[in-house]
Design a protein around this ligand. Structure first.
Ligand code: HEC
Length: 181
């Protein structure tokens, strides 16, 4: 009886543990050059622009808000040289939203951080090698609050197709960034 109870408990507890292990095996400690900055970029960096992605029914407002940051030196270098200098890190936050009728009208605002995308400019392919580097950039996504654990195995599968439309802008959606104009 005792053994049976133990076996039952093990069966009950080992299933979620296994599921967790399976998920974690998809997560990879990223190359340091691709990490989400640990200094507080929300106060120290410049938010160069934002995108709102509308809900399926646009009357429901935005389903996500994307906020994009780079550091001030990289911004100044871009404005001077018209290109992202080596090591420029672009952080894109992805937020879930709330939508309310405020005194301005129907407004969506950031609620919970879903994760962060990072791209680091690597024009001469010097900053890293392997499946998260190429096409002039390093590429990684960090789910939730992660800053060093990525689920991006290969940017060619996880990122590139969606950035192709911006190929002639260096793969960056420049149209969303007033600070770069
Ligand atoms: C579903 C398509 C899609 C995928 C997949 C995707 N991106 Fe993007 N990404 C976009 C679009 C569109 C924008 C700009 C508009 C927006 O954010 O809604 C963008 C913007 C960005 C930005 C801000 C700079 C810029 O290009 O404007 C970063 C950084 C970024 N993506 C990184 C990544 C990385 C790293 C991956 C892979 C791990 C990735 N993205 C995968 C579509 C995508």
């Amino acid at each position: 009886m005792k053994v049976q109870t133990l076996a039952m408990i093990m069966a009950m507890t080992s299933l979620p543990a296994f599921a967790q292990m399976a998920t974690q095996s998809n997560l990879i400690a990223v190359e340091p050059v691709l990490e989400v900055p640990t200094e507080d970029y929300r106060t120290g960096w410049v938010q160069i622009g934002a995108f709102s992605v509308l809900a399926e029914n646009p009357a429901d407002g935005a389903q996500e808000i994307h906020a994009v940051f780079i550091d001030e030196d990289a911004l100044k270098a871009y404005l001077a040289e018209g290109r992202f200098v080596e090591g420029t890190k672009i952080v894109k936050e992805v937020w879930s939203t709330q939508t309310e009728d405020l005194t301005t009208g129907r407004a969506s605002y950031a609620d919970t951080l879903k994760g962060r995308f990072v791209m680091v400019a690597d024009p001469d392919a010097k900053l890293g090698a392997g499946p998260r580097f190429g096409d002039g950039w390093g590429w990684a996504f960090f789910p939730g609050q992660e800053t060093r654990i990525t689920d991006t195995k290969d940017y060619r599968d996880a990122c590139l197709a969606c950035h192709e439309p911006a190929r002639d802008q260096g793969l960056i959606y420049l149209q969303g960034y007033p600070a770069l104009r």
